[in-house]
Design a protein around this ligand. Structure first.
Ligand SMILES: [Zn+2]
Length: 216
């Protein structure tokens, strides 16, 4: 069974195209991606001359039309966004390091400073990632997340001596708290669902789904 996640919010915006990847889609080279390094670094591309290979970073924002940007994931959280006036689109790779280092806030900062777009005009969509059923982490990592994000409780699950994180939900809550209203979120897990590549399931790197978005 093939499952493709359709975002309630992104689907409402005319003038953009997007797709959350599965094993079966977007395995071609027509999508521009960054050299992802599990950072909170945001790259802005405002014209064609800035398009180069091998740019390090984990979030990409562009206002260049017909420039298809994307994010590679295999358990980490892919987040796509666009504003309802079709000025910009963006793609974020939020793994546990990027989430811990608040990559979504770095993105909001750039949206405000570089593009002066109000957050209530931005639609965010959180795509397929390894969910709380499967994302077990060590006690130390779990504790440092819970300490840093003590205002939230739902992303942190403890079952006896096992510790789980819900990174998609945590990014959702951070966005909400910082003024983003329109966010939707997938509920399928990359590890449970064989239609997705999962780093934890395959136990090897290099197999990714690519989620992409562009201004038409
Ligand atoms: Zn799962």
């Amino acid at each position: 069974m093939k499952i493709k996640y359709d975002s309630k919010f992104l689907s409402k915006i005319n003038g953009i195209s997007y797709c959350f990847g599965t094993k079966y889609e977007n395995q071609n080279n027509e999508v521009f991606t960054l050299n992802q390094i599990h950072s909170n670094k945001v790259i802005v591309i405002k014209n064609h001359s800035q398009i180069k290979s091998n740019i390090d970073g984990d979030a990409l924002i562009t206002n260049v039309k017909k420039f298809n940007i994307g994010v590679k994931t295999a358990d980490c959280v892919p987040i796509l966004f666009a504003d309802c006036d079709q000025k910009i689109v963006g793609a974020i790779h939020a793994g546990w390091r990027g989430t811990y280092n608040l990559i979504v806030l770095e993105v909001l900062d750039v949206i405000r400073k570089d593009f002066n777009i109000s957050f209530n005009k931005i639609f965010f969509s959180i795509g397929p990632y390894i969910q709380k059923c499967c994302f077990e982490v060590g006690e130390e990592i779990w504790n440092s997340f819970r300490d840093k994000f003590h205002e939230y409780s739902k992303p942190f699950i403890r079952i006896k001596d096992k510790y789980f994180l819900d990174l998609g939900l945590l990014n959702y809550l951070i966005l909400r708290r910082n003024g983003v209203i329109n966010i939707d979120m997938v509920n399928s897990c990359t590890k449970c669902n064989p239609d997705y590549y999962s780093y934890r399931r395959e136990k090897k790197s290099g197999l990714n789904q690519i989620s992409n978005i562009k201004l038409n």
